[in-house]
Structure formats: structure tokens, C-alpha cells
Design a protein around this ligand. Structure first.
Ligand SMILES: Cc1cc2nc3c(=O)[nH]c(=O)nc-3n(C[C@H](O)[C@H](O)[C@H](O)COP(=O)(O)OP(=O)(O)OC[C@H]3O[C@@H](n4cnc5c(N)ncnc54)[C@H](O)[C@@H]3O)c2cc1C
Length: 380
């Protein structure tokens, strides 16, 4: 096995890894970024923030066009070509992925290495790539391996009726009805998206309010806005069963009454989406030796989605599902982003980051604060 020398090897090329790689390159270190996916950019770019925001932008335009009559503008009722919306989403993602590669080249990230990284010694990383295994030597290692979706025990994702967020971002049809499990940022975004696309949406949250980690006022305001859009919101509701039926999935839900007393169990009959509130860290790169540079905390996220068999729409599937999902080492605070905010087309998250960390959100572009967006180098 050949030996190569770097100052820094980064395992994972999500917002955690690629930004660090570029910064290290700017500072003159000899850097390699190891990525097991075919493209650089991680969850945020390929299965997270960016594709979601691209579709939410489509949804926001659709809603806006539906509302133009009140401005005295007459247009025919808009229809959605979901396959085309996904095509646009792919173009946005590809453009940003090329942007990351360009930045790597510009800032002399000399090693852009495709393969699965594994620590085999205090200063050695083995990379298992398409040309076989090789060992790279390095002064420092950074692990930025992100996280993957986690299944809900009673509703394991099958990629057909019960979907996680990786699956749903490739779903090129609009289910008649959909139930989203988990009303965090991701679940609420998908609920909003599919309501705009025309599905009947039920949003199920185990905790007493949606967006449970935000301020109570935000949860209350957003819940009102979602209900106004005919999204059925079930809070204090625990999923107890998910039975696949001919038409979709029947969900058993246990709800707490107002005073915390159990309410009669409810059944949600839906083709459903669900985003589970839990995340699972990405499997750590296998190591015979464990580095002290291991990240202190990473979180994982899972989304489970269920949906009816395709009602009408054309079914075109994107690239084969890959299993990774991430959130964590890079982004500690959720920042929903887009020139048009996803949750309500004209609202923007109150968690506005400092200008220096914000990506340029030009009208009509898809961006994500704090992560990939229009891939930019960190300030020098
Ligand atoms: C649907 C969805 C929407 C989201 N929207 C937003 C949003 O709007 N705003 C926001 O701030 N955040 C959002 N997030 C969260 C965001 O995607 C994550 O916070 C972010 O991607 C975490 O970055 P990371 O670099 O830590 O990990 P990741 O982006 O997961 O990157 C980790 C990379 O490491 C690679 N890897 C793992 N193990 C190995 C190995 N052994 N060898 C080589 N490579 C390896 C993986 O393939 C992956 O590419 C969203 C997430 C999802 C799922």
C-alpha cells in the first residue's frame, strides 16, 4: 500500500468537512477530503437543505400564482409538473456541487478523494475506494461524517409507503394524502411542501407543540398558519402503530388530553409522510484505533414517510437511494433558508446568523444559511 502525506485529512465533505477543508487550504495546509458519496457536499447539499429549499421555492411560487387573482391578475389555474420540479432541484444541487469542487481547487485542497475513510492509526487513514484500499498518513484527522436517518421502531421506512427524508426527496409524485411524523424543522417543511403541492397533510408531533425547540410563540403562530392552510396538526400524539393497507398506511396514534390525561386513541387513515423526531449519528468510520479528535456530539435525523400508491402522477425515480443523512457537527442551530422562506412563503427564520456566515440569498436562488448554498469560501 502506498503512503501519502498530508497535514490534515478530513473524513466527510458535508458543511462540516468542506468548509474546514477550504479554510485549512487557505491557511496553507496540505489537505485531503475523503468522501464516500460519489459527489462532495454531504447531506445538506444532496439530501437536505438544498434540495428541500429548491422544492420549497417551487411550492412558494405555486402558492403565489394561486393568489394573484386578488391582485387583479388573471391567469389560468397553475398545474405542477413534479418531474420538472425535481429536474430543477437536481440542477441546483449539481451546480452547488461543482461550486465546492471549484473552491477545493482554488484553495489547494490537494486531495479530493472518493472512498470510505477509516482510521487505522493515530496518523493514518485507510481509504477504500473504487481502485482498492490505500493508506494515507497525516498530522491531523478531522471526522465530519454527519448522520443518517433513524427508523421509528413501529414504522420502519420501506422506501415505498413509509419514507424517510432521503426517500421523499426523490418522490416524483404527489400523494393524495400524507402524514408527517415529527414536527421539527424538517417535518414541518415537508408538511408545508406537500400541502402546497395539493396533498391532504396530517402533521403528528409527540411533544405538546410543533417546532418544540423554538420559542412557544413561534410554535403557536406557525400552527395557526398551518391550520389555515388545512394542514391537520396533532400535537401530544404518539405513534403506536403503522399498518400497511391496500390504499396506504393506517396509523395508530395515542394523544394526551389537554390536562395531560390520555385521550381516546385516534386513527389516522392516510397516505402519510412522517419525519421522526430522532436522529442517529452517522456510523463512525470504523477504526482499530480511536482518535481523540472524535467529535463530541453529532446528531442524526430520521424521516419516515408513508404515502398512497401513486394516484395519477408520472413516476420517475431519481438516482438509487443512498442511506446517509446528516445534521450535526457543522450546524448546531437550524436555519431555514431560502430567498423565500419554506415554512411560510414570506417569513424568514428569526435565527438570522451574522452576515459573515450567511450565504448570498438572491431572489430566485436556493440557499441555506450556514451550510452549502452557493458554496462560498470562509473569510480569509
Ligand atoms: C431534509 C433535510 C433538510 C435540512 N435542511 C436544513 C436547513 O435548511 N438548514 C440547515 O442549517 N440544516 C439543514 N439540514 C441539516 C444539515 O443537512 C446538516 O446539519 C448538515 O448536513 C451537517 O453537516 P455535516 O458536515 O456534519 O454532515 P453531512 O452533511 O452529513 O456530511 C457528512 C459526509 O460524510 C460522509 N461520510 C460519512 N462517513 C464517511 C466515511 N467513513 N468515509 C468517507 N465519507 C464519509 C457522508 O457520505 C457525508 O457526505 C437539513 C437536513 C435534512 C435531512
Amino acid at each position: 500500500m502506498a503512503q501519502e502525506d498530508y497535514d490534515l485529512i478530513i473524513i466527510g465533505s458535508g458543511p462540516g468537512g468542506y468548509v474546514a477543508g477550504i479554510r485549512a487550504g487557505q491557511l496553507g495546509l496540505k489537505v485531503a477530503v475523503v468522501e464516500k458519496d460519489p459527489k462532495f457536499g454531504g447531506t445538506c447539499l444532496h439530501r437536505g437543505c438544498i434540495p428541500t429549499k429548491a422544492l420549497l421555492h417551487t411550492a412558494a411560487l405555486l402558492d403565489e400564482i394561486k393568489g394573484v387573482a386578488e391582485h387583479g391578475i388573471q391567469v389560468a389555474a397553475p398545474t405542477l409538473d413534479i418531474a420538472k420540479a425535481h429536474d430543477r432541484k437536481r440542477k441546483v444541487v449539481d451546480k452547488n456541487a461543482r461550486g465546492i469542487e471549484a473552491l477545493f481547487k482554488k484553495y489547494k485542497v490537494t486531495g479530493m478523494i472518493q472512498g470510505t475513510g477509516r482510521l487505522v492509526g493515530p496518523h493514518q487513514v485507510e481509504v477504500d475506494g473504487k481502485d482498492g484500499k490505500r493508506v494515507l498518513s497525516t498530522r491531523f484527522v478531522m471526522i465530519a461524517s454527519g448522520s443518517v436517518p433513524r427508523d421509528v421502531p413501529v414504522a420502519k421506512a420501506d422506501g415505498e409507503r413509509i419514507l424517510n427524508s432521503d426517500h421523499i426527496l426523490k418522490l416524483e409524485r404527489v400523494p393524495k394524502s400524507i402524514a408527517v411524523l415529527g414536527a421539527g424543522a424538517v417535518g414541518t417543511e415537508f408538511a408545508s411542501l406537500y400541502a402546497s403541492f395539493g396533498s391532504e397533510v396530517t402533521l403528528i408531533e409527540m411533544l405538546p407543540r410543533i417546532l418544540p425547540i423554538e420559542d412557544e410563540e413561534i410554535s403557536a403562530e406557525l400552527e395557526r398558519a398551518l391550520r389555515k392552510r388545512k394542514i391537520k396538526v396533532l400535537t401530544g400524539a404518539r405513534l403506536t402503530a403503522a399498518e400497511r393497507t391496500e390504499a396506504g398506511v393506517r396509523l395508530g396514534v395515542e394523544r394526551q388530553g389537554k390536562a395531560g390525561t390520555p385521550a381516546p386513541p385516534a386513527t389516522v387513515e392516510a397516505s402519510a409522510t412522517s419525519e421522526t423526531p430522532g436522529w442517529r449519528t452517522s456510523p463512525r468510520p470504523k477504526a482499530s484505533w480511536r482518535s481523540s479528535t472524535w467529535p463530541a456530539s453529532r446528531s442524526g435525523r430520521s424521516t419516515t414517510t408513508r404515502c398512497h400508491p401513486a394516484p395519477t402522477a408520472t413516476r420517475r425515480w431519481a438516482a438509487p437511494a443512498s442511506a446517509r443523512r446528516g445534521r450535526g457537527s457543522a450546524a448546531t442551530r437550524w436555519r431555514s433558508a431560502s430567498s423565500r422562506s419554506p415554512l411560510s412563503p414570506r417569513r424568514r427564520s428569526s435565527a438570522t446568523p451574522p452576515a459573515s456566515s450567511r450565504s448570498s440569498a438572491r431572489p430566485g436562488t436556493t440557499s441555506c444559511w450556514g451550510c452549502t448554498s452557493s458554496a462560498r469560501a470562509p473569510p480569509t
